[in-house]
Structure formats: C-alpha cells, structure tokens
Design a protein around this ligand. Structure first.
Ligand SMILES: NC(=O)c1ccc[n+]([C@@H]2O[C@H](COP(=O)([O-])OP(=O)(O)OC[C@H]3O[C@@H](n4cnc5c(N)ncnc54)[C@H](O)[C@@H]3O)[C@@H](O)[C@H]2O)c1
Length: 336
C-alpha cells in the first residue's frame, strides 16, 4: 500500500477525481489535504465516508510544519496538487490570497516533497525513485487567442488575470524544481471544466440556478467569449494517466476539442431545462437571459491542442459538450 497526498480534494475537480482515483488504484491510500475554504465542501465526498483507504486532513498547503509531519507520518510517495484559489472574478477583487495559496502554497509542497524524497539535487533516497509530484494547472496561463489557433505545450505564457498569473507563477516554480533539483514533476494544463459538484459561483451552475429560481440569467458582455469545455471526469482520467505514465519534467495540455461560446452554452442549458423542467408559465428559460457589463480583462478565446496527451499517453475525451451538459443538468436537478 502506497500513500498519495491529494490537495484540494474537497473542491470541484478534486471531489470528482477522488472517488474515481481511489476505485481505480486499489493499492493506494489517499490522504486529502484541504483547508475547506468557501470553495471546499466535504458533502461533495460523502461517498468516501468511512472508506478504509481514504483519509481527510484539514489544513493549509502553506503550513510548512504540518506538511512536513504529514509526509513523515503517512510516508507520502506521490502528490497530486489541486488546491488553489480558482475563481477569476475573486482574483480581480482580492488578488493577494491567490498569490499566497497558488504560488507560495505550491512552493511549500514542492519543497517538502523534495526534502522527503531526495537527499540532494538529482539524488532520490532509496525507495523514493518513483515518487512524483503532479501539478494541476490551467490553459489560462497562455493568455487569450484570437479567432484562430490553439494553445500547445510550447505556447509562450501570457497570463492576463491575477488568477492566471498566480497559476503561471506556480507552474514556473514546479518547472524549476525539476530543472534545479531533479524532482520528478509533471504539469497538466487543462481547459474549462464543467460537471457535477461545481461551486455555484461558476458560469454553468449559475445559469442553472438562476434559470430555476426565475431570476435574470447573467451573461458577460455580448456572450461571445469562447472556452474549450471539458467534462470533469475526462479531466480526472487525464490526470490519472499523466500521474502514472507521463514523462518526468513534461507538461500535458488537456482539452476536449469542444469550443463553445457563452451564448451557445446558456441557450443549450435553457433548452435542456425547457424539456426536463418546463417553466410554470410555459415560456422558455431563454426569456431570462440578461447581458451584463463585461468582466475587466476578459479573455476572448481559449482552445487547447491536446495532440500530445492523445498521442503519447493515449488519452481522449469521452464526452462532448452536448452529452456532458445533459449529465450535468441532471445532477443539479437531482440535487434540488
Ligand atoms: N475549474 C476549472 O475549470 C479548472 C480548469 C483547469 C485547471 N483548474 C485547476 O484545477 C485545480 C482545482 O480547481 P477547482 O475548480 O476544483 O477549484 P475549487 O476552487 O473548486 O477547489 C479548490 C479547493 O482547494 C482548497 N484550498 C484552497 N486554498 C487552500 C489552501 N491554502 N490549502 C489547502 N486547500 C486549499 C479549497 O478548500 C477547495 O476545496 C486548481 O488548481 C485550478 O487552478 C481548474
């Protein structure tokens, strides 16, 4: 039995990842370290309550002493690092915590992993040769695209929001621990995720919630911003693959080749709800769509070229946006 530390497992992606990962890897004990900020919710992990190979620890990834004790106590052999401040709008209002959690927190984890697994640069302690640090990052580090082109692993970084800048900073610290100390790291940069358990502040849960409550459904600007949407379980499968079969020091872009603009997304959700839960007045939910002032610095388009993970690691998105959004709406309706 090998102990793996997962950070931020009570958040949206982590809580979809954990049940899948624990079931798939029967020889792992998984320790979920999460601070339970406003974004973390243990309710998202109720299916793991009492699981013999799962343990929850409440704590801050910036807490050096606690992390050091955890590595020793649990004999941690791998890290999958999700914990972050993740909402762009919040990073505009309060950037400081983004720099602290995303940059300093990542640094603390890397340094403790290095101290526990290695005795000097490029020299692993006996038995720790395969210990790996997987860093979960975002395509937002690449900045914005015009109407053409895709982000690949070699696209220069050009982050535009405090959130993406802090994730870019964390990616660089991860990179430096590989090049300077020989730490076994892999970074994944993923496009926008959607699916069950996402925090209500994000676009898709907001659209579903506002629709059902009869309130205006807010859409930024003219609704023309484009994202490359990936169903969260496809992301989880990509992370599991990259953790087990990725090449040390490499980065892998993960994206579903599902570019959709916000107008399409909002209209699609309204159409699904019109069918599954018609409005009492017989009108379409689309009548609630309301355009609001755009987010400052709002990137126009993100889109991922996933060729590297598809060809080298044999990953492929199993859902397209239309199949995934149907499942997502069903989940939110079942929760009501
Ligand atoms: N959501 C997306 O579309 C998306 C896309 C690509 C990459 N990512 C990345 O994936 C990761 C997870 O994203 P998410 O959407 O699940 O985020 P989330 O905001 O839903 O969850 C983040 C989790 O981290 C925890 N956390 C925050 N600060 C912490 C700290 N100091 N110490 C310990 N735990 C802390 C929170 O309590 C929460 O459970 C992030 O690193 C994010 O940058 C997200």
């Amino acid at each position: 039995m090998k102990s793996i530390l997962v950070t931020g497992g009570a958040g949206f992606i982590g809580s979809n990842f954990l049940p899948f990962f624990i079931e798939k890897n029967q020889d792992y004990k998984v320790i979920n370290l999460d601070l339970l900020t406003y974004a973390g919710d243990l309710e998202n992990l109720h299916e793991l309550n009492g699981h013999p190979r799962y343990e929850f620890v409440k704590g801050d990834i910036q807490d050096k002493g606690m992390i050091r004790n955890l590595f020793q106590k649990e004999d941690i052999r791998g890290v999958i690092h999700f914990a972050a401040e993740s909402h762009v709008d919040n990073s505009i209002k309060n950037p400081e915590v983004f720099l602290q959690t995303n940059v300093i927190g990542t640094f603390v984890l890397l340094h403790e992993a290095y101290n526990y697994w290695m005795d000097k640069p490029f020299h692993f302690k006996s038995g720790y040769e395969n210990s790996r640090f997987l860093h979960v990052s975002t395509d937002e580090v690449y900045g914005t695209l015009g109407t053409e082109g895709l982000f690949s692993e070699t696209t220069p970084y050009a982050p535009n929001s405090p959130y993406s800048a802090s994730k870019a900073g964390s990616d660089f610290v991860v990179r430096s621990y590989h090049h300077t100390y020989g730490l076994n790291v892999v970074t994944t940069n993923c496009s926008n995720n959607y699916g069950p358990k996402q925090h209500s502040e994000k676009l898709i849960p907001t659209v579903i919630r506002k629709s059902l409550s009869g309130e205006p459904i807010p859409v930024y600007g003219q609704g023309t911003n484009i994202r490359d949407w990936l169903y969260v379980l496809d992301h989880a499968k990509g992370i599991d693959l990259a953790f087990h079969t990725g090449k040390s020091g490499e980065t892998y872009n993960i994206g579903g080749r599902n570019e959709r603009n916000n107008n399409y997304i909002v209209n699609k959700i309204c159409e699904i709800l019109d069918k599954k839960k018609p409005k009492p007045d017989g009108k379409s939910y689309k009548t609630q769509i309301t355009y609001v002032a755009d987010r400052p610095g709002h990137d126009l388009r993100y889109a991922i070229d996933a060729t590297k993970i598809e060809t080298e690691l044999d990953w492929k998105a199993e859902e397209n946006f239309e199949s995934g959004i149907e499942k997502t709406v069903d989940w939110y309706l079942s929760k009501k």
